[in-house]
Design a protein around this ligand. Structure first.
Ligand SMILES: C[S@@+](CC[C@H](N)C(=O)[O-])C[C@H]1O[C@@H](n2cnc3c(N)ncnc32)[C@H](O)[C@@H]1O
Length: 305
């Protein structure tokens, strides 16, 4: 049975009860300084150290084969792109995280505007980190149709195309193209083309549901358990439940937990609609004891029941 838990609290503390049970953490942390009006923010120069205060709870919550995907973008400070994101990833790798790949979220509809020394900002990073060099991955779940390229390129293969051959420009990369004849699907690239969320969802930094959905399909098993430790308006929860995965969303702001709850009820494609009302719970730290005594011995039992 798919379940969703929404916790109003600090993820550094709250994740402790999910030790070694999460398949995938997919999240976007508060951007440095950018959202001062809405929630606590961190100065770019302090960001890497601040993010490091979360890494142990993330690491301990993940299963050994689990993955951490961080959607983030450097901020421009005084006309110059600040490198706090690179520093953060460097520090995480010094702590033992493996940087498996860097994905780019290409925004198909970036915000219009004018900036004197740069252009419209049309992309963000999604860093894939893991506890081991061989995390769980299901590439078949995200394959895409081969497309027109196959029609033209594979129609008349030359002699060189039929054996593993160095590329014509001597780049050192070679491919035996005959292996692709008759294949219908290929791996997508690590550039994800996804539109920004157009509608106001009641939170200042909502990412599109398609973003966590892609990583959930790729990096978690069917019926897996997903966490978003900066849960916001619940986009990751909508993606997880719609893909038949259980999830835990944590946010320090109660109003965002409430918003996530409402969005999930409205937007998640539920495989069994009745399940949602029984198992989506907004849990406030003060009320938790009562709920646990009445309902379940621990939240982890709640998920694995
Ligand atoms: C960039 S937003 C996430 C938005 C989310 N991806 C969505 O689509 O709505 C970051 C969120 O992290 C929350 N947050 C900040 N510090 C936190 C902490 N220590 N523990 C849990 N949540 C935190 C903020 O309240 C904010 O809602």
């Amino acid at each position: 049975m798919t379940k969703c838990i929404i916790i109003n609290g600090d993820s550094r503390k709250e994740l402790a009860q999910f030790n070694n049970s999460i398949d995938l953490i997919v999240t976007s942390p508060p951007y440095a300084d950018a959202r001062k009006k809405h929630y606590d923010s961190i100065h770019p120069k302090d960001f890497a150290d601040w993010f490091l205060t979360f890494h142990e709870s993330f690491r301990d919550a993940l299963k050994p084969t689990g993955s951490l995907v961080i959607n983030i973008k450097d901020k421009v400070v005084d006309r110059v792109r600040h490198r706090f994101v690179w520093k953060t990833i460097e520090k995480l790798s010094e702590q033992g995280w493996h940087c498996i790949d860097d994905y780019i979220w290409y925004k198909t509809n970036p915000m219009p505007g004018y900036w004197p020394t740069r252009l419209r900002d049309g992309w963000e990073y999604c860093f894939h980190l893991a506890k081991t060099k061989k995390p769980y991955i299901n590439q078949d779940a995200v394959r895409v149709p081969m497309g027109d390229w196959a029609e033209s390129r594979l129609k008349n293969l030359s002699h060189n195309d039929k054996k593993r051959n160095n590329s014509a420009n001597e780049s050192g990369f070679g491919r035996d193209l005959s292996r692709w004849v008759g294949k219908k699907n290929v791996l997508p690239s690590n550039v994800l083309s996804i539109a920004l969320v157009g509608k106001n969802k009641g939170h200042p930094a909502v990412f599109p549901v398609e973003l966590p959905a892609f990583f959930i399909k790729l990096l978690s098993p069917p019926n897996g358990f997903i966490a978003d430790p900066f849960g916001g308006s619940g986009s990751t929860g909508i993606a997880a439940l719609s893909l038949n995965r259980s999830c835990v969303l944590i946010d320090t702001h109660k109003k965002y937990c409430q918003l996530a709850f409402e969005r999930i009820i409205k937007e998640a494609r539920l495989h069994d609609a009745e399940i949602l009302f029984e198992n989506v719970a907004v849990i406030e730290p003060g009320k938790r004891k009562k709920r646990q005594l009445e309902d379940t011995p621990s939240l982890l039992d709640f998920v694995s029941a």
